[in-house]
Design a protein around this ligand. Structure first.
Ligand code: MN
Length: 206
């Protein structure tokens, strides 16, 4: 997330078919090559004429977009947010997870704040399925490492609230419509099989 202008579309850490059968290869390919790449293009276009922000990292742009000139604020909010959230989403999944449930300090913290892993799953799935229209559901940590679940519309991130993303699921229709049509909850149920708990633990303890 320390990359800055000009942004590039980073390759996925796995082939398009790696998440199958839970997320099919066509969905992954379109999601990355079409949707994510459009956020890169739009973000670069918005920043091209504003060289004073070319050193800002992706995370800074997504967190502090309100400090930018009014004319590019919305574009940066949507597209730096879009690029940032998709990097978290794709890098937070694996087709061959080593652990089926949270590990390490994160595992203990989830039990502490949610009572059990199963209850955390219920809370997060509910947040994901009840987010109206397009958005994201997040497991986040505050500066005291306290955990909570929230959802955001569009490509908004929890960064402006001073929260650190740990686990995130994309609930835009483009993330699941080919495989699951309108059944967002079936996609969310399947997505749990792909969460990389090693990555989540690394984000929490970072
Ligand atoms: Mn998406």
């Amino acid at each position: 997330m320390s990359q800055h202008y000009p942004f590039v579309l980073t390759p996925l850490p796995y082939p398009f078919d790696a998440l199958s059968p839970y997320i099919d290869s066509r969905t992954v390919a379109i999601h990355h090559e079409h949707h994510q790449s459009s956020y890169v293009r739009n973000l670069n276009q918005a920043l091209a004429k504003c060289p004073q922000y070319h050193r800002w990292t992706l995370e800074q742009l997504a967190r502090d977009y309100t400090r930018l000139p009014k004319k590019i604020q919305t574009t940066v909010r949507n597209n730096a947010g879009g690029l940032y959230t998709h990097e978290l989403y794709f890098n937070g999944m694996t087709g061959s997870p080593l652990y089926p449930t949270p590990i390490g300090r994160l595992g203990k913290a989830i039990d502490h704040y949610f009572g059990s892993f199963e209850n955390f799953q219920r809370v997060m799935s509910k947040s994901a399925t009840s987010q109206f229209a397009s958005g994201w559901a997040w497991l986040v940590a505050d500066k005291y490492d306290r955990l909570s679940v929230l959802s955001t519309p569009n490509h908004d991130t929890p960064l402006p609230q001073g929260l650190k993303p740990i686990v995130v699921v994309d609930v835009w229709e483009h993330a699941y419509y080919l495989g699951y049509t309108y059944q967002r909850s079936a996609y969310v149920d399947a997505w749990w099989n792909l969460v990389d708990w090693e990555v989540a633990e690394a984000r929490y303890t970072d």
